[in-house]
Design a protein around this ligand. Sequence first.
Ligand SMILES: Cc1cc2nc3c(=O)[nH]c(=O)nc-3n(C[C@H](O)[C@H](O)[C@H](O)COP(=O)(O)O)c2cc1C
Length: 479
Amino acid sequence: MNLVVGVGLRTGTPSAELQDLVTAALHELAGEVRLVVTITGKENEPALQELVAQLGAGLRTFSKDELAKQSVPTPSAQVEHLKGTPSVAEAAVLATGARLLVPKRQTPNTTIAIGVQAAAGNEAPGRAVVQRAAGSEAADRAVVERAAGYDVRDRDVVQRVIAERRDVRRGFLDLPVDDVTLGRVLEAAHRAPSVGLSQPWDFLVIRDLATRRKVHDLAIAQRDVFAASLPEDRRAAFDGLKIEAILDTPLNLAVTCDPGRGGRHVLGRHADPRTTMFSAAIAIQNLWLAARAEGLGVGWVSFFEPGEVAAALDLPAHIELVGYLCVGYVDEFAAAPELVRSGWAKRRPLSWAVHHEEWGRRDTSIVDDALQAAQNAVPATGQRVHVIVGGDATQLRQAEALVVDLKADRPPADFGVLWRPARTPAEAVEFGVEIARDLALQGVGNLVVQIEENSERAEALARGLQVGASACGLTHSTT
Ligand SMILES: Cc1cc2nc3c(=O)[nH]c(=O)nc-3n(C[C@H](O)[C@H](O)[C@H](O)COP(=O)(O)O)c2cc1C
């Protein structure tokens, strides 16, 4: 039997998770897997590539429109919402012309289905992904592993801790964090890379309740300031969110930066002083990952004016606060960020973030992608935003106003002003698409676009805003 394995998977799915699922399903079948099939855009996922190499199979992809045409036994409304097709794994098998033998099976990050090809010899439809011979791939990998790389299982552990790290604000247990465990976590932080090996961080370990109360008061005050800045519907959603766990955790950590550490000749810092803060932020990420592996939840609180926390903690004047962390044991970590689960915000697809060789050259043009997505967009609800294209900051009268400044000079920092000095009208369209889609990720459901500048770039950006809005099902109008 010539078998076809259909795969739907999340970005960063651990290879072992996919391979174990496929191995278990194949266990009951006699046959050889000739083809692995999936949705266009997933062909470069490492777990998928490793599965294909391990099976010595071919890889084919189908667009979401081709998949949506298939009549599958177990469609999913959620997958339809996210991918524009009610099924990936089952639909991809059926799209090859194969008969479905094993309907969909799932783990948290991946779904598979298996089919049998009706007749050998016919080229299956779909887009073939150029795959190197399984043998040479395996040989190359063996060389890499022998040289320095980890084996698959260890690589999966690294991917797993990255994927399963969460910002945690709820569900802390009433358990102390002992010094040995804390030492391991701080050791990981202290191993972070730093500009010129300047190691600009320090870690202030705070268990004292009175100190934590002072810091807590500051966070609550800033929470109120932020809430007051929000439009009404967004404020209601924000009221349901927990933004800190300062008093709910046994341990708080203030991670600081000494921007001058190492003196004048720190290698790599002279042209970009920001690198010292980057170094301290990376130390926090190391800490966060090591804590996850220990079962310790970490919540980063930034609802502060940093100087106020520095004063509450009596920090020396040359030391800057980088992150304030709440740390404690939890008995579970959520599978997705709390802001995603609560509907406050959504993740941005990796494909929007990767540009090849020049800015704007993505695997799929963001404009084409938006035009395609518009055909299957599900109507969205959410906050109304008034986007003023080519205006200036004086136009920011209401909380829902947002100015897109097209001038050549960077305006003063203000999150109500997006500075988009597009170099060409085509780039302006892209920027418009991007702004609309990024706003949708932040819970916007309605765009009112007002063009304030009489220029080709302003018109193009407004056009992009409309395309981007349509792609996400936002209602939109131009005034
Ligand atoms: C620099 C920084 C500051 C943050 N500040 C806060 C905060 O003040 N309150 C909060 O609830 N979460 C805060 N977070 C957590 C983010 O909301 C969280 O990382 C994001 O939603 C993704 O979720 P995840 O970390 O669980 O993957 C912060 C994260 C970072 C990196």
